[in-house]
Design a protein around this ligand. Structure first.
Ligand SMILES: Nc1ncnc2c1ncn2[C@@H]1O[C@H](COP(=O)(O)OP(=O)(O)OP(=O)(O)O)[C@@H](O)[C@H]1O
Length: 334
């Protein structure tokens, strides 16, 4: 097994609001290995982005806070790192790309100035050397006429081109981990596949790991090695992409897969998971998926089931499997 690049251990990130405490990330543990693409999936509001922002040290303080847990990266616990150290790591060792390329770019700075910025700051290149490197990077991400593009401003480029620029900036310092939060969602469908291909090509060429955040299981099937399914701020299932798609275990994952549109298959109506994601302001004692679950039983009211191994490197947190464990124990003692 390849080396671990990043590890989250029981991460809790909360926001203190006037309405109360929003438990956005409520005990997330995960591993990202070298060269691996790990996808975090789940519906809107289940804590995917807040997990990513926690790793980047970009949680809005003081309202938002990592209240407990560890983020281990390069031998350090980033939860304990100071602002200066996080600034050094961000953009250099860990880079992030967002859904909206326009919001990641400064409208009044040229593309060249923006691509060279991290090179000057983190690699201490001169402005001239940074512009030269920026030209190479623009060509690397597949934008023709790189020299001209460096002089252009964001409003002169299409969404797909802008996302390529953002990727060029993200990979400019050769990060070990690239976090991509819904990197294709805001783009035209015809461009989405190209941007995903580019990300995978960059990963291969630059030997990075990728943490991909998406609600699109089609994207996951295409690019991920390992999948982490989140629900209500927790990981409810995790497995290799093959195992997860072939053998989903948690009722929520099964519903997500059922709700996935299949290309080429004409369904009259797409299946939608009934009910709504739990409100992280009011997370009760019962399993957070209980109200929407076709398999619910009385025991689901009793609390949150723990993640447990249900196959080789395949974990799920569901009372269905906790009960099996109990049955085995009862059988043994009897
Ligand atoms: N700054 C904030 N203040 C208060 N609550 C927040 C804040 N940021 C996120 N939340 C809440 O935390 C929960 C998780 O949000 P998060 O953005 O991580 O979800 P997500 O799974 O990434 O969904 P999406 O795909 O819509 O971004 C949501 O209920 C959200 O409203």
């Amino acid at each position: 097994m390849a080396n671990v690049v990043a590890e989250l251990k029981d991460l809790h990130t909360y926001f203190h609001t006037e309405e109360g405490v929003v438990k956005s990330v409520n005990g997330v543990s995960l591993l990202i290995h070298e060269g691996q693409t790990v996808a975090i999936v789940g519906e809107s509001g289940c804590g995917k982005s807040v997990t990513a922002l926690s790793i980047m040290g970009l949680i809005d303080e003081p309202a938002g806070q990592i209240v407990s847990g560890e983020i281990l990266f390069g031998g350090r616990n980033l939860v304990k790192a100071g602002r200066k150290e996080l600034e050094r790591i961000r953009g250099k060792e860990i880079a992030m790309i967002f859904q909206e390329p326009m919001s990641a770019l400064n409208p009044v700075l040229s593309i060249g100035d923006q691509v060279s910025e991290a090179l000057i700051e983190h690699l201490h290149l001169s402005k001239k050397a940074a512009w030269q490197k920026a030209e190479e990077l623009i060509a690397l991400v597949g934008i023709p006429r790189a020299k001209e593009i460096l002089k252009a401003y964001p409003h002169e480029l299409s969404g797909g081109m802008l996302q390529r620029v953002v990727i060029a900036i993200a990979v400019s310092c050769n990060p070990r981990l690239l976090i991509a939060d819904e990197p294709t969602t805001a783009l035209d469908v015809t461009i989405q596949a190209q941007i995903l291909d580019l990300l995978m090509e960059m990963k291969r060429q630059l030997d990075m790991s990728i943490l991909l955040i998406t609600h699109d299981l089609g994207v996951v099937a295409e690019v991920a090695d390992y999948v982490v399914v989140m629900y209500g701020g927790k990981v409810i299932e995790q497995a290799s992409v093959l195992s997860l798609f072939a053998n989903p275990q948690h009722p929520y994952t099964i519903s997500l897969l059922k709700a996935k549109p299949d290309l080429g298959q004409r369904k009259k109506r797409l299946y939608a998971i009934p009910g709504q994601v739990p409100n992280p302001l009011h997370l009760g004692k019962a399993c957070h998926f209980m109200d929407r679950c076709a398999y619910r039983k009385d025991i689901c009211r009793e609390g949150q089931p723990e993640l447990q191994e249900i196959g080789p490197d395949h974990l799920a947190a569901c009372w269905l499997y906790e009960e099996e464990k109990t049955d085995v124990r009862t059988a043994r003692s009897g």
